[in-house]
Design a protein around this ligand. Structure first.
Ligand code: SAM
Length: 272
């Protein structure tokens, strides 16, 4: 009996019509489907009249499920892996299962489709020939600013996922670290009824989000234009000064002085 294939199947990020004909055909044909939230996936499948056994897959049981998946594939079963929305493994579980299947020499095949990051980039109007996908930022502001600080001199477009709970705080931290004037785009509820794409400086995006409750509802992709050559040079100089000054001065004084002398945002110098 030949070994089965593991199909990694993208599902819609809001609009059910975005499930491709090949995704439907694949989900109908496999012996079982690994799913993040089985109730959620069962609803999707029943909408399309598909009944297949589901295998619950989450971060805590991925290792155990990986073994089971490999055993079944070796025994000849083809399986699918889906997440709650979009492309599995993109800020979603599945990486360990794919790694185990590949390590066992089994075939893993993509059935591509929706991905919030790519959909957002495609409508942002920011440079997209080179970009950095950063997924979710840390929940705590101090850790978030530290992570952002490491990205302050990045010249490629930055792509973040964000939830309604933290969108305002994250934009506030981006203003502090990247500076008020940096261009950004916020894509909300893509492919859904309240799809909104806002662009402008970080300052204006933050102000719009604070001024309108609706702009804090739903699911978000935030994209920030990369640092320009000037900004990058300022940051490099600011960090050099900070490193030297903090040998002799308290960190906050060193950062204040380095920021004044270089023109770089003060918070972007911490954690560097
Ligand atoms: N695997 C998914 C993908 O391919 O996009 C992403 C899963 S991640 C757990 C969920 C996050 O993706 C949300 O918090 C939000 O940041 C983003 N997202 C998902 N659907 C979205 C949508 N319709 N509009 C904007 N962002 C979305």
């Amino acid at each position: 009996m030949p070994a089965g294939t593991l199909f990694i199947v993208a599902t819609p990020i809001g609009n059910l019509s975005d499930l491709s004909p090949r995704a439907l055909e694949t989900l109908r044909s496999v012996a079982g489907i690994c799913a993040e939230d089985t109730r959620h996936t069962r609803q999707l499948l029943s909408h399309f009249g598909i009944e297949r056994p589901l295998i619950a897959l989450h971060e805590h049981n991925e290792e155990a499920i990986s073994e089971r998946v490999v055993e079944r594939m070796v025994g000849g079963d083809s399986l699918a892996l889906v997440s709650d929305a979009g492309t599995p493994l993109v800020s979603d579980p599945g990486f360990r299962v794919v790694r185990a299947a590949r390590a066992a020499g089994l075939r893993v095949s993509p059935v591509p489709g929706a991905c919030a990051a790519i959909a957002a980039l495609s409508v942002a109007g920011l440079p997209s020939d080179r970009f950095v996908f950063e997924g979710f930022l840390p929940a705590k502001s101090s850790a978030r600013r530290e992570r952002l600080g490491k990205l302050a001199s990045e010249t490629r477009t930055l792509v973040f996922y964000e939830s309604s709970h933290r969108i305002a705080e994250s934009l506030a931290d981006m203003r502090v670290v990247f500076g008020d004037a940096r261009n950004a785009v916020m894509a909300r509820e893509l492919t859904k009824l309240f799809e909104t794409v806002l662009d402008g400086s970080l300052e204006s995006l933050h102000a719009q989000v604070l001024a309108d409750d609706n702009q804090r509802k739903g699911e978000f992709v935030v994209m920030v234009q990369g640092a320009g050559d000037d900004e990058e040079a300022q940051l490099i100089e600011g960090r050099r000064l900070y490193a030297r000054l903090s040998e002799h001065l308290p960190p906050s004084t060193a950062a204040k002085l380095a920021a004044e002398l270089s023109g770089a945002p003060r918070k972007s110098l911490y954690g560097s």
